[in-house]
Ligand binder design. Structure first.
Ligand code: DNO
Length: 389
């Protein structure tokens, strides 16, 4: 196997068990200490406890996804230095426990975004989906963000206003749940299912970024990297930033991991091997300006973790997740490029809901059978590539 085959597992409460994962050929686990609040130190005992549990089940904890970066570090709040100190201690504790690949992201306020979590496809499966019109509707009519209309074309605005005439209360509620709640809670995001007024919390957080443009956000990332990378180097930890998903500005805030220029800037901002990338083919594929194959060629040398998934951009600009055999993720070419690098941990991502998983409860994008199907498609490609077929 030219990659380490890994799987994102959400801890002891995940209804997919480690023995399930052994049965489908997984070698390594990607997980996080999901119960530790964002910003707090990860104690070495808690790390070792989970690590032992994984090892007792015959697997290895290979990747942390994510060690979350607190908002205050991103918007350079008053307590950012204290939070960076905490981050450094968590990193050192992970290093002492021999966990050496750490994925994180630097997206302001909101991690990944979809407007639909189960959009029915022609084949009867359900996929994640991003609709521009419904997203803009949420921004303008539900969030009521000041001057939000300025961020959309007149054509989009017309469609948004048309939608406003017909959208039901149920659909509005679903948009809130899909965009800012259900995709965030399970990854230690800012909003939890139990929060009473998520819109209010979200709007308060957006205010923290008033006056923070792309240049400033980049500087805040650089400030963070300059301080944490010496610790990463000392403990031989590869830090790998995850691309923005979707990779374009949202809610009037900048995004700084969207494509070639951004990634180049980040890798050069602190030019050491441990300052690396999570090459998420899926996220990168959902920006029409990105050519995933050439990005892989350019950045494979600093990639420490791979997410193999793919999307298709539709003629109206929306995007939808696809099988790894299709779409703009160009997974076969990506595999061919990474074949020449030493055994990078790889996982699939965002599988469809299908067959007997329909109606079961999983974190959005993380059902069992859809991801297993994608993993098998990818395993077939990897096998052929490794045999030079
Ligand atoms: C969603 C994922 C993200 C990703 C984090 C990494 O399913 O792509 O949550 O894991 O952004 O920090």
């Amino acid at each position: 196997m030219i990659f380490k085959k890994t799987w994102r597992w959400f801890g002891r409460n995940d209804n997919i068990t480690l023995s399930d994962l052994k049965q489908i050929g997984i070698e390594g686990i990607v997980t996080s200490l999901h119960n530790i609040p964002n910003g707090e130190i990860w104690p070495i005992e808690a790390i070792n406890n989970l690590k032992r549990y994984i090892e007792n089940n015959g697997l290895k904890w290979l990747v942390v996804e994510s060690l979350p970066v607190s908002e205050s570090i991103k918007y350079s709040g008053k307590n950012r230095d204290q939070l960076i100190e905490n981050y450094k201690i968590s990193l050192a504790n992970l290093g002492k426990s021999n966990i050496r690949t750490i994925c994180y992201n630097f997206m302001p306020v909101i991690d990944w975004i979809r407007t639909d979590l189960e959009k029915k496809q022609d084949d009867g499966t359900y996929s994640l989906y991003f609709s521009f019109i419904r997203f803009a509707y949420f921004d303008i009519y539900i969030l009521k963000r000041t001057e939000s209309e300025k961020d959309y074309s007149s054509d989009t605005l017309k469609k948004v206003h048309d939608l406003a005439m017909t959208i039901s209360e149920k659909e509005k509620k679903e948009l809130v749940e899909n965009i800012i709640i259900k995709t965030q809670g399970f990854i230690n995001g800012n909003i939890r299912e139990t929060d009473k007024n998520p819109i209010n919390i979200f709007n308060q957080l957006l205010l923290k970024y008033n006056g923070i443009d792309k240049k400033q956000l980049r500087e805040n990332l650089k400030y963070f990297l300059q301080q944490v990378l010496p610790v990463a180097e000392e403990y031989k930890i590869n830090l790998c930033i995850h691309p923005d998903d979707p990779p374009f500005p949202v809610f009037g805030m900048p995004r700084i991991v969207t494509g070639e220029k951004d990634i180049d800037w980040i890798l050069k901002s602190v030019d050491v091997h441990n300052n690396g990338l999570t090459f998420c083919a899926g996220s990168l594929s959902s920006n029409i300006n990105n050519n995933v194959t050439s990005l892989a060629q350019k950045f494979a040398f600093r990639t420490h973790f791979l997410h193999l998934r793919s999307t298709n951009i539709l003629s109206n600009g929306d995007f939808v997740e696809t099988s790894p055999l299709e779409g703009r993720g160009d997974i076969l070419s990506v595999i061919k490029i990474f074949k020449n690098y030493t055994k990078i941990p790889m996982r699939v991502d965002h599988g469809p809901v299908m067959l007997t998983d329909i109606g079961k409860t999983y974190n959005p994008g993380y059902s069992f059978l859809g991801r297993m199907k994608a993993l098998n498609e990818i395993s077939g490609m990897i096998h052929a590539v490794s045999q030079n077929i």
